[in-house]
Design a binder for this molecule. Structure first.
Ligand code: CTP
Ligand code: MG
Length: 227
């Protein structure tokens, strides 16, 4: 299943506290962003990469793209205030394709077989997102007190990639923009249309580099994969 991918990369990495966009931090020998780009560069089904970037970081990112021979980048539009705006700026620039994947540039450990599975489910059924089962007992807490223990069977922690038929994602984004709805992921926009979204069980290794501990975990994943 052929697809194009949108990689929002215009965040500031506040929770990482590195004083710069966390995507430029190295994991082993390469920046996080380059690890992510290389996965899609190496996937034969990926026909285009769209990166939402900050204007002041565009030329540095272009240098990384050249240095690491990333050939599939089709555009680097300016990102927005929120992640959803950054994704939207890419969707607006791209031409119609069958399937679009949205993937956090900060998740460098996604694998090609999982990407393929997500793209295929999205092609057949409209929408598919990656997720993992919650591991811990989950409780609703209000004012420091336990309100309720939630049945863990139905709880998933969702990740990216989130894969959609192009037309469905465009419609969901248009509606969200019209009514000023802001979601934390693309699935929320599609949920509002009442469309089914399939969950594809992914790996706990598909972690988002968010805080400092994630870098330690990330280095360990790379070491294990290179054994
Ligand atoms: N992102 C983006 N545009 C924004 C905010 C985030 O393109 N306005 C991107 C980030 O670069 C990242 C992905 O969305 O690749 C996931 O966001 P997150 O992990 O929250 O990254 P940051 O927003 O950079 O980090 P923080 O929230 O800690 O500031
Ligand atoms: Mg953020």
């Amino acid at each position: 299943m052929r697809y194009e991918v949108v990689l929002p990369a215009a965040g500031s990495g506040k929770r990482m506290g590195a004083g710069q966009n966390k995507l430029f931090l190295n994991l082993a020998d390469k920046p996080i962003l380059v690890h992510t780009l290389l996965v899609f560069e190496q996937d034969a089904n990926c026909t285009g990469i769209w990166l939402a970037v900050k204007d002041e970081e565009r030329s540095f990112i272009q240098t990384l793209i050249e240095n690491y021979n990333i050939t599939k980048v089709k555009g680097l539009p300016t990102g927005g205030e929120e992640r959803q705006h950054s994704v939207h700026s890419c969707i607006k620039e791209m031409k119609a394709v069958e399937v679009v994947l949205v993937h956090d540039a900060a998740r460098p450990f996604i694998t090609i077989p999982k990407i393929t599975e997500l793209a295929e489910v999205a092609y057949e059924k409209g929408a598919a997102i990656a997720g993992v089962r919650a591991k811990d007992t989950m409780k609703i807490v209000q004012n420091g007190l336990i309100k309720e223990t939630v049945d863990r069977e139905s709880l998933w922690m969702v990740q990216t990639p989130q894969a959609f038929r192009y037309d469905l994602l465009v419609e969901a984004e248009d509606v969200a923009e019209k009514v000023g709805f802001l979601g934390t992921d693309e699935a929320m926009l599609v949920e509002r249309l009442g469309h089914d979204i399939h969950i594809v069980e992914c790996s706990y290794e598909n972690v988002k580099m968010t805080t400092q501990e994630d870098l330690i975990f990330g280095e360990a994943i790379l070491e294990k994969r290179n054994l």
